[in-house]
Design a protein around this ligand. Sequence first.
Ligand SMILES: C[S@@+](CC[C@H](N)C(=O)[O-])C[C@H]1O[C@@H](n2cnc3c(N)ncnc32)[C@H](O)[C@@H]1O
Length: 223
Amino acid sequence: MALSIETRDVPFDFPPAQGLNDKSMQLLSYRLRVFDLILRELGDPAGRHYVDLGAGPLIFAQRALRHGFAVTAVDARPPWTGAVYEGIAHVLADVRDFPLDGFDVIGIVGLLYHLRLDEQVDLLRRCEGRPTIIDTEVWCPELVDALGLGSTRVQPAATTLGYSGATLQETRDLWSSFGNPDSFWLDEPGILRVFEESGWRSATLMEPPYFSRFGRRRWYLLR
Ligand SMILES: C[S@@+](CC[C@H](N)C(=O)[O-])C[C@H]1O[C@@H](n2cnc3c(N)ncnc32)[C@H](O)[C@@H]1O
């Protein structure tokens, strides 16, 4: 069955009165605003368990907890700040073989693009049947060229499966891939095709996509 696509507008606007002039703060604030909206869209959190895959500094896990979900945060690395948050169970594990049974809502925030393409498909298949929230880099060569964002670490590539995108050379930073020397960044048609081929029936695209250091990113809600 074909993937049905709808869009939701979350304007990327920061009135001067908000005093958020710093670009990185604007980005974080926007990401949190979209995440909050998606959580609200999912309905009553009572009795539901959210798993945050690639949870990093636990910013989004804390948000889900405050929203009312039971929360498990999974990352191959310990929480970046070393802080422990009451109510968040932290599991040190590789998401590529972490079992997802028993969770009701799945978050893949800032993680998908740190996986290889086959690992992305496998993870998205294993999320089946649960609302899945994704925030990811979207390969957009026109934007990269227009803004002069080219980097030797990101190189256009095509896969044997016919997807076009780019290969990212990973670092060993806290926010990088765990276990992959490089990862695959899909372009938007490729992302939507992967959703469909992983068995998803409905994707909500949060508008607009927003800027990253390497081009653009977007939030998606899969159901
Ligand atoms: C870009 S950070 C995103 C952190 C957080 N979700 C956010 O958006 O603020 C990517 C996170 O995914 C984790 N990660 C990368 N590959 C992983 C893997 N195979 N298994 C578990 N965690 C992984 C990294 O350790 C890092 O904390």
